[in-house]
Design a protein around this ligand. Structure first.
Ligand SMILES: *Cc1c(COP(=O)(O)O)cnc(C)c1O
Length: 528
């Protein structure tokens, strides 16, 4: 394969997997038209500028006073084309859902329909300003209200706080509602119980809201240990935070019994609903006794996410918690109508419908929340319809089970005997040889053209690999992934040393990710 042909040209990338680029190193470091990109501080200098400004008239008195800058600002000056190219080149090194399969477990990286984008960009939605007079934004408020009605309907709940800006923010909102409701009873209590398999944000939220976190063990089958939970309940327990489907990708069949036991002990049930994609249209959390649950619009309802945002995490609330939701909130009244309650009308609304004074705990954000996420989510719901959303859940579960069954003979699947999984399939590193780890397998997948799955989470499985294909992948795409995943898994089990230095074909190979996060080298030009 590597023998030079008649013209002396030789392919730079051999078809065989000898694990290395076959071609000679290039003078520039570029690889074909994939260009090496320096840091912006290395391209630009503080002496150059991309803009021509007239010289400053030093004789005029400065009006900046003490705000006048005394040092160099130290930013690189680049022209517009230099800037555009820099960021465009960087973007080519990025990976995203619009490029390929993205099986990151617990993240629901599904396709974001372009219809959503079209609607979100309509000027009436895109250009709306939070300080516009209310009379000019009735349509936008109508969208928020309609979305709220869908969320209440789909979850079988009573009210919804729309403003939280992400899942974790929604968790905080839900726990603050619970705290407010308990305080209204005279005692906020001290402890929040969290299962071992919980998403890391759950214990963090409870601690942030001033609670002590205690773990509840999991059963052999990967579910909450109901007896252990019941044994721990008592007058000091404010709430239990449960993810359902849980982070092992399993449905908690004892959910109703868990809720009843928690309520009997005077506590509240918080459900982490980030995994709602698996059950939307099939199960209503309200029927399971849940008091508060955040929904990640950016996961289940297909608004683009990753890389830090944007997100939106509305929290649906039970009848008992609705009066405590932050302003502005949305609640259903006895006549079945859902109302969007704003600051001005809140007092009156509480008196009329909750039979008492205003009890909300405050606000989670300024204004109403993420308008762009709302329009996208509602567009997604309306274009799918009730039957379409049900099919979303069914297809997501089908795809995950297809992967689970296609892999269980090569990879350790700890809960394969616990029945079908939900929207994600979980594997462990048992049987890997030669000191190879889950990390090595994940890096090997990058060389095969697949973004790795979530790794080392949940913590209950050694070397965990959590694969969530979502419903928007075709069978052909999933089959390609399975072929690659099986081959890399087999290499890990055979102790294939070469995996330790993968990826070979990425612009950068192994990075010290902790160091990169803690001590980033930005090439900053010190003005000294
Ligand atoms: C994604 C996720 C969260 C956090 O959501 P963010 O929007 O990232 O804050 C919480 N719990 C679970 C189970 C999740 O998958």
């Amino acid at each position: 394969m590597n023998a030079p042909n008649k013209s002396g040209w030789k392919p730079t990338m051999p078809a065989g997997t000898d694990g290395k680029f076959g071609g000679p190193a290039t003078t520039t470091g570029n690889k074909a038209l994939m260009l090496e990109e320096a840091l912006i501080f290395e391209i630009g200098t503080t002496e150059t500028t991309g803009v021509d400004l007239p010289d400053v008239d030093d004789s005029a008195p400065s009006r900046l006073g003490k705000f006048a800058r005394t040092d160099e600002i130290g930013l690189p000056g680049l022209s517009e084309p230099q800037t555009v190219r820099h960021y465009t080149r960087l973007s080519r090194q990025n990976y995203g859902i619009d490029l390929g399969f993205f099986p990151l477990g617990s993240c629901t990286m599904k396709h974001n329909p372009r219809l959503n984008e079209k609607v979100a960009r309509m000027p009436g939605f895109a250009d709306v300003h939070p300080l516009q007079p209310v009379d000019t934004v009735r349509g936008a408020l109508g969208v928020i209200n309609e979305l709220a009605q869908w969320l209440i309907k789909l979850t079988g709940m009573h009210g919804v706080a729309m403003s939280p800006k992400a899942g974790a923010h929604g968790e905080l909102c839900g726990i603050l509602c619970i705290r407010a409701a308990l305080e209204a009873r005279g005692n906020a209590r001290e402890v929040v119980l969290v299962p071992e398999s919980a998403h890391g944000t759950n214990p963090a939220t409870a601690a942030f809201a001033g609670y002590r976190v205690e773990n509840i063990p999991a059963t052999e089958g990967g579910r909450v240990d109901l007896e252990a939970l019941k044994a721990r309940l008592g007058p000091d327990v404010a709430a239990v935070m449960i993810t359902n489907p849980n982070t092992c990708g399993l449905f908690e069949p004892d959910m109703r019994a868990i809720s009843d036991a928690v309520h009997e002990a005077g506590g509240f049930v918080y459900c982490d609903g980030a995994n709602f994609n698996a059950i939307v249209g099939r199960v209503r959390p309200g029927d399971l006794g849940v008091d508060a649950m955040h929904i990640n619009l950016h996961k289940t309802f297909s608004t683009p996410h990753g890389g830090g945002g944007p997100g939106s995490g509305p929290v649906v609330l039970s009848e008992a918690l609705s009066p405590f939701g932050p302003l502005p909130y949305t609640a259903r009244t006895a006549d079945g109508v859902v109302h969007l309650v704003e600051e001005e009308s809140a007092e009156e609304f509480a008196k009329e419908h909750f039979g008492g004074p205003l009890q909300h705990f405050g606000r989670m954000t300024a204004f109403h929340g993420q308008m762009g996420m709302y329009t996208r989510a509602l567009t997604y719901m309306l274009s799918h319809g009730a039957d379409g959303l049900k099919q979303v859940a069914e297809d997501a579960v089908l795809n995950a089970n297809y992967i689970l069954r296609a892999m269980e003979d090569v990879l350790h699947a700890p809960y394969a005997d616990s029945g079908p999984c939900m929207h994600e399939a979980l594997f462990g590193d048992a049987g890997f040889e030669g000191g190879l780890s889950t990390l090595d397998l994940a890096k090997g997948l990058i060389d095969e053209g697949f973004h790795p799955m979530t790794v080392y989470f949940p913590l209950v499985v050694h070397g965990a690999m959590l694969v969530e294909p979502t419903e928007t992948e075709s069978k052909a795409a999933i089959d390609q992934f399975i072929t690659a995943f099986r081959s890399v898994a087999e290499r890990a089990k055979a102790g294939d040393e070469s995996l330790k230095a993968a990826p070979y074909y990425a612009p950068r190979s192994r990075l010290d990710e902790t160091m990169a996060a803690r001590k980033p080298h930005l090439g900053f030009i010190d003005p000294e």
